[in-house]
Write a protein that binds this ligand. Structure first.
Ligand SMILES: NC(=O)c1ccc[n+]([C@@H]2O[C@H](COP(=O)([O-])OP(=O)(O)OC[C@H]3O[C@@H](n4cnc5c(N)ncnc54)[C@H](OP(=O)(O)O)[C@@H]3O)[C@@H](O)[C@H]2O)c1
Length: 242
């Protein structure tokens, strides 16, 4: 039987690496993105050339509540049932505490917390029994030293959400977990000044950023191992031990 995985923010960075890893394992892919259709199309072509799977890409901004219905309708029209959902697209706001606006605070909360809850509510019956939901949390949701207050608090909420959702997804025979990455070498990190990148490397026991590909294996494990449930798996290269 065909398997499908939906990955929000699946066209770049961590989401793309997870998509490729699942594609190699035979999952067909539905990848969402927000603002860069060229990269999304390039990712679709790249995957379709390299993997013998179906790949769909869909613009659906997680800061917009209409995206919930947009993705639902897209799946329904193609009669797609899912085996895995990865909530990966996430937002930050790096304004100082003094400059932080209520609108920005709400936008980060909507994207990181409200969107996945209400999207999941909408599509839960389109996920096959035995399926799996994985969130992208963050080390910043565990160690409160993010430069963004809204980011750290929402990622903590994501971790709490995973544990609380177990009870609500069990009747659907679905498991739910999160990966909490430390510092992963995606555009998100590559755009930081060299000095800040060096400071980060110095704090990680392994002395380097995580490759998205090595992180992706952890998502696949959480999706495929049938006994992981309600877990937040930290992948930080030993950040706390140095
Ligand atoms: N990189 C790290 O060190 C790190 C560490 C811990 C946690 N994380 C988390 O990992 C996740 C992905 O980060 P990343 O580093 O892989 O980022 P990335 O390389 O910038 O990729 C982000 C992906 O998400 C999409 N996206 C961005 N904003 C979106 C929105 N509003 N709605 C829908 N899709 C959106 C992007 O598509 P478009 O460009 O087309 O919009 C792209 O496909 C985030 O939740 C982040 O908080 C990252």
């Amino acid at each position: 039987m065909e398997k499908y995985a939906l990955i929000t923010g699946g066209t770049k960075g961590i989401g793309k690496a997870v998509a490729f890893c699942l594609g190699k394992a035979g999952y067909n892919l539905v990848l969402t993105y927000a603002s860069d259709p060229n990269t999304a199309e390039h990712t679709r072509e790249e995957f379709q050339q390299q993997l013998q799977i179906k790949v769909f890409v869909l613009q659906a901004d997680v800061t917009d509540k209409d995206s919930i219905e947009k993705i639902y309708t897209y799946l329904q029209e193609r009669d797609l049932l899912l085996n895995a959902v990865v909530f990966n697209a996430g937002l930050t706001c790096r304004d100082s505490f003094e400059d932080l606006s209520l609108e920005d605070w709400e936008r980060v909360f909507f994207a990181n917390v409200h969107f996945p809850v209400f999207f999941l509510q909408r599509i839960v019956r389109r996920i096959n029994k035995g399926g799996s939901v994985v969130f992208t949390g963050s080390l910043m949701g565990i160690q409160p030293h993010s430069v963004s207050l809204a980011y750290g608090v929402t990622k903590s909420a994501v971790h709490a959400l995973v544990k609380n959702l177990v009870k609500f997804l069990t009747p659907y025979e679905l498991r739910v977990n999160a990966v909490a990455p430390g510092f992963v070498d995606t555009e998100w990190q590559k755009t930081k000044p060299a000095e800040i990148r060096r400071n980060i490397e110095n704090k990680v026991s392994l002395g380097r950023f995580c490759d998205p590909e090595e992180l992706a294996e952890v998502y696949k494990m959480l999706i495929e191992n049938s006994y992981f449930n309600g877990e937040v798996v930290v992948v930080d290269g030993g950040y706390s031990y140095k």
